[in-house]
Design a protein around this ligand. Structure first.
Ligand code: PRX
Length: 629
C-alpha cells in the first residue's frame, strides 16, 4: 500500500474508494491491538453515526511508545527548542518519553483520575505538554487541550462544557519577549468552575504563583513520588481519546470528539504518506499542540510512526525574523510544516534572515490552516526550498482529525495554491447551491465528503443535535465542510475559503458570533456585526461594525475598551483590526444581517454591492460607507 509514484497513487486511491473497509482494515493491521478489529465500519450519515474498528481494543500510547522501544528506544522522539535560543534544547528518546509518560500517568491516577474523566490541559509548548497528553491517553482519561493564548473566560467555558475534573497548567510561559502568567489566568478562570478537583502545576518560568491548598500540586513533587511502571488502559476503538474545541457559527465553541482507533490509523497513515517520512529524518511542525495540527502532526501521527518530532516553544520573530531558519539549520530539519500566515510574515523580512542559515537539510515543506496565496507559495518554494523541496498544501480541519486533500511529497505534481488531490479513502464532492453534486471539471462549489474516514469527529461533546445540524443537514447524506472549493480540469482541488460565519485569522478559526457576543457585553454597545477582510499577513483580519447606545465622547477610548474586552473574553487573537461605530446595520426585513454587504465595505469593494433594495433600511449602507475605515 505504500505509494511511491503518481500511477501508484491513482491505483491505491481507486482501491480505497472501491473497497474502503478493505483499505482501512488492511492499514489497521500494522498497529498493536489487544484485540484486532473484525468489524471495520458502521455508518449512517443521517443520524449521523460513524464507528470504525468498533470491536478492536487498543491503547494509542502503546503504538506511540511501547512498540518502538525494542528497535528505537534510544532514538530521539522529541527534540525541544526553547523560546530563548540561549537555553539548551532537549532531546528525549523514545525510552525516556515512555518512562515520563508512565510516571505522569501514575500521577494522574493517584490523584483520582479514571478512564473517561476529562482533563483540561492549558500549558506552554514544552515537552511536558506532550507528556501530559500521552499520559491522559495512557489511562483512558479524555484530554481537552486549550491553547495557552486563550483568556481565562475562554478557558473556564471549555472546562465547564466538558466538566473537566483536573487542570494541568504551568506557572507561566515564555513567548518571544513576553512572560505570561498562565497560572494567574487559570486561577481567574477557575473561579467560574466547580468541576476541577486538582490542578497540577509545572514550573517553567519560576514566577511567584498562588497555590490553592488542597487543590494545587507541583508537577515535580508529584513526579518524584511516581513509579515509571504503568500498564496501558485497554480502550475500545470507539472510546473517547480527546475533545478539542473549535469555533462555530454560534457563540459557543464546539467540543469536537475524537476516538481512539480510527484516529490512530488515519493520522499515522497520512503522516507517513503525505510527508513521505523516512526513518531517521527530523520533522518539524510549527503549530501549537493547542490546535488539531499539533495533536495529529506533532504528537500522535509522528510518534506512532516512530519519527523524530521537533517542538518549538517560541515565535517566528524572536529574537529575530530568522528564528525558524536558525532552528532548521541547528537541528538539520528535513521536513518543515507551517502556516501560510507565518510564511507571509517572514516573507516581509529581509532575505538575509533566511540566507545566513544553512537550509540544505530540508527535503519537504508543508502548509496548513488556510489558503496559501501564490506569492507566498513561490517565496516559500524559492527561498526556503531553493526550488528543490516539494510543498504539500494540506487541507483538513479540526473535525476531520487528519489530512484530507494534499499532494504527496515528491509524488503528486504540484500546482501553487492547490491542495491538489484527495488522500486515499477520502471522497470529496462539490455541491451547487441547490444541493446537486457538480460532476464536471472546472467548477466551483461547496466542499462535502460523501463517505466516512476513520479520523472524523464523532460528535460535538454533549450536543449531538448541533453536530448533525452543523455538518450533516445542509446536504443530507454528506458531511459538509463549510469551505468553498474549485476543481480544475485535472481534477485538482483548490480551497477558496469559508462559506459560513467562521473567519480564519492567522490560521486560527474564529466564529463571528463569538466575537460579536464578546463586544456586545460592553455596556455602551447595543449590537455588533463582525466580518473578515483580506489582510497581507494574517490572511484575514476582523472588522467590527458597532452600534452604540448613546453618542460617544471619545471613540478611541471605547475602541480600546472593546479590544480589552475581546482579549479578556476570547484572547488577543480575536481582537478586531478595525472598529467602526455605525448608526445601524444592513438587515433584511426578517432581521438577518447582510454580512455580504459589510464584507464588501470592509474590503473596500463597494462598486458592486448587489441588490440592496430588499433591506429594511437601504440608506444605512450609505452611512456605513461614508464612515468606513
Ligand atoms: O477553511 C479551511 C482552512 O482551515 C479550516 C479548518 O480550520 P481548523 O479546524 O482550525 O484546522 C486547521 C488545521 C487543520 C478549513 O475549513 N484550511 C485548513 N487547511 C487549509 C485550509 N484552507 C486552504 N488550504 C488549506 N491547506
Amino acid at each position: 500500500m505504500e505509494i511511491s509514484s503518481f500511477d501508484q497513487y491513482h491505483q491505491v486511491y481507486k482501491n480505497s474508494v472501491e473497497d474502503p473497509e478493505k483499505f482501512w482494515g488492511d492499514l489497521s493491521k500494522e498497529f498493536k491491538w489487544h484485540k484486532e478489529p473484525e468489524n471495520i465500519l458502521q455508518w449512517d450519515f443521517n443520524k449521523p453515526e460513524v464507528r470504525w474498528f468498533e470491536d478492536g481494543q487498543l491503547n494509542i500510547t502503546e503504538n506511540c511508545l511501547d512498540r518502538h522501544l525494542d528497535d528505537k528506544g534510544d532514538q530521539t522522539a522529541i527534540i525541544w527548542e526553547a523560546n530563548d535560543p540561549g537555553e539548551a534544547p532537549r532531546h528525549i528518546t523514545y525510552r525516556e518519553l515512555f518512562d515520563e509518560v508512565c510516571r505522569f500517568a501514575n500521577v494522574l491516577k493517584r490523584n483520582g483520575l479514571e478512564k473517561g474523566d476529562r482533563v483540561c490541559i492549558y500549558m506552554p509548548m514544552v515537552p511536558e505538554l506532550a507528556i501530559a497528553v500521552l499520559a491522559c491517553a495512557r489511562i483512558g482519561a479524555v484530554h481537552s487541550v486549550v491553547f495557552a493564548g486563550f483568556s481565562s473566560t475562554a478557558l473556564a467555558d471549555r472546562i465547564n462544557d466538558s466538566q473537566c475534573k483536573m487542570l494541568l497548567t504551568s506557572d507561566g510561559s515564555f513567548r518571544g519577549k513576553k512572560t505570561i502568567d498562565l497560572k494567574a489566568i487559570a486561577d481567574e478562570g477557575l473561579k467560574k468552575c466547580t468541576s476541577i478537583q486538582k490542578v497540577v502545576v509545572l514550573k517553567r518560568t519560576n514566577g511567584a504563583v498562588h497555590m490553592e491548598p488542597g487543590r494545587d500540586l507541583w508537577w515535580h513533587d508529584e513526579m518524584e513520588k511516581a513509579d515509571s511502571q504503568c500498564d496501558a488502559e485497554i480502550m475500545g476503538a470507539e472510546d473517547l481519546l480527546f475533545i478539542l474545541y473549535t469555533s462555530g457559527s454560534t457563540g459557543k465553541p464546539k467540543g469536537m470528539v475524537h476516538t481512539c482507533g480510527g484516529y490512530m490509523v488515519n493520522v499515522t497513515y497520512t503522516f507517513k504518506t503525505v510527508f513521505q517520512y523516512q526513518p531517521g529524518e527530523v520533522y518539524w511542525c510549527t503549530a501549537d499542540i493547542g490546535w488539531i495540527t499539533g495533536h495529529s502532526y506533532i504528537v500522535y501521527g509522528p510518534l506512532s510512526a516512530g519519527a523524530t518530532t521537533l517542538m518549538f516553544e517560541g515565535v517566528p520573530s524572536y529574537p529575530d525574523m530568522g528564528r525558524f531558519w536558525e532552528v532548521v539549520a541547528r537541528h538539520k530539519v528535513n521536513i518543515f510544516y507551517t502556516a501560510p500566515t507565518a510564511i507571509r510574515a517572514l516573507e516581509k523580512a529581509d532575505l538575509s534572515f533566511v540566507n545566513k542559515h544553512d537550509l540544505s537539510s530540508l527535503r519537504v515543506l508543508g502548509t496548513v490552516g488556510e489558503p496559501i496565496n501564490a506569492e507566498a507559495w513561490h517565496w516559500y518554494d524559492q527561498n526556503i526550498g531553493k526550488g528543490r523541496c516539494p510543498i504539500v498544501d494540506t487541507w483538513w480541519q479540526t473535525e476531520t482529525g487528519g489530512i484530507m486533500i494534499s499532494p504527496l511529497a515528491g509524488i503528486t505534481p504540484l500546482k501553487p495554491t492547490y491542495a491538489t488531490l484527495p488522500m486515499p479513502g477520502v471522497q470529496p464532492v462539490l455541491m451547487d447551491e441547490n444541493g446537486q453534486p457538480l460532476e464536471k471539471a472546472n467548477q466551483e462549489g461547496r466542499l462535502c465528503i460523501e463517505f466516512p474516514w476513520p479520523s472524523m469527529a464523532r460528535t460535538i461533546y454533549g450536543n449531538h443535535q448541533r453536530f448533525k445540524e452543523t455538518y450533516f443537514s445542509a446536504y443530507p447524506g454528506y458531511y459538509f465542510t463549510g469551505d468553498g472549493c474549485r476543481r480544475d480540469n485535472d481534477g485538482f482541488y483548490r480551497i477558496t475559503g469559508r462559506v459560513d460565519d467562521v473567519i480564519i485569522v492567522s490560521g486560527h478559526n474564529l466564529g463571528t458570533a463569538e466575537i460579536e457576543s464578546a463586544i456586545d457585553e460592553h455596556q455602551k454597545v447595543v449590537e455588533t456585526a463582525v466580518v473578515g477582510f483580506p489582510h497581507d499577513i494574517k490572511g484575514n483580519a476582523i472588522y467590527a461594525y458597532v452600534i452604540t447606545r448613546d453618542q460617544i465622547d471619545d471613540e478611541d477610548v471605547l475602541r480600546s475598551e472593546i479590544l480589552a474586552l475581546v482579549s479578556e473574553t476570547i484572547g488577543p487573537i480575536a481582537k478586531p483590526e478595525k472598529i467602526q461605530f455605525v448608526p445601524g446595520l444592513p438587515k433584511t426585513r426578517s432581521g438577518k444581517i447582510m454580512r455580504r454587504i459589510l464584507r464588501k465595505i470592509a474590503s473596500k469593494e463597494t462598486e458592486n454591492l448587489g441588490d440592496i433594495s430588499t433591506l429594511l433600511d437601504p440608506s444605512v449602507v450609505e452611512e456605513i460607507m461614508a464612515g468606513a475605515i
